[in-house]
Design a protein around this ligand. Sequence first.
Ligand code: PRT
Ligand code: ZN
Length: 212
Amino acid sequence: MEKIKIAIQKSGRLSEKSLDLLTECGINVSNGNRKLKTDAHNFPMEILFLRDDDIPQYVEQGVADIGILGQNEVWEKEKDVVEIEKLGFGNCRLSLAIPKDEIYTGLDYFNGKRIATSYPKILKKFFREKGRDVKIEELGGSVEIATGIGLADAIFDIVSTGSTLIMNGLKEAEAIIKSQAVLIGNKNLSTAKTELLERLLFRIKAYKNGQG
Ligand code: PRT
Ligand code: ZN
């Protein structure tokens, strides 16, 4: 029988909750030693454990049929995939933050400033739409230290509680966009896989309704 291949984050903030969601959908996954992939016991599904950054590309290429990841990664990667369903966990926002002693004067503050981020495409698009000129410094991680070491004047990063900003002497200037975990899918699924996706979605929606 055909199986639907789902990509979830191997280890990180969304891993546990992605597996929990499958469990809540009545799909049993044993993942003792975090292999690259494993089969579900009681649903025609194969689970691939990947870095979240790679999931959009794999789903676009059809290496995975569907995937669970943060919308922020979907937007940044700009791959040709469909957003199927919001999942209600992994909530956060993408915000511009500046050194705490600076006086924030609105978006004009950022004119000509250097902004460090791991989300250059989202940021570039934002400032293009707002008609402001900024210099974007792309960083793979530890964006919150960029102002402290003199690499940038501001940062654009994921915020949830805000404590990382405070710890690094920063304050939130603008929350640009909200993000949460979503289910994405390949655009050309076979009929059999589409039916499996429908069965999964039915269970996800039932679970979300139960959650209120
Ligand atoms: O290894 P891999 O590439 O798979 O993982 P990753 O390190 O890229 O991602 P990971 O596990 O950190 O996050 C996965 C997804 O969780 C993100 O893409 C977001 O969609 C979502 N998410 C939700 C968060 C947060 N909340 C969050 N707080 N991702 C990151 N953070 C970080 C943020 O970057 C900052 O450093 O936590 C810090 C801020 O948290 P507060 O609470 O101090 O504001
Ligand atoms: Zn990542």
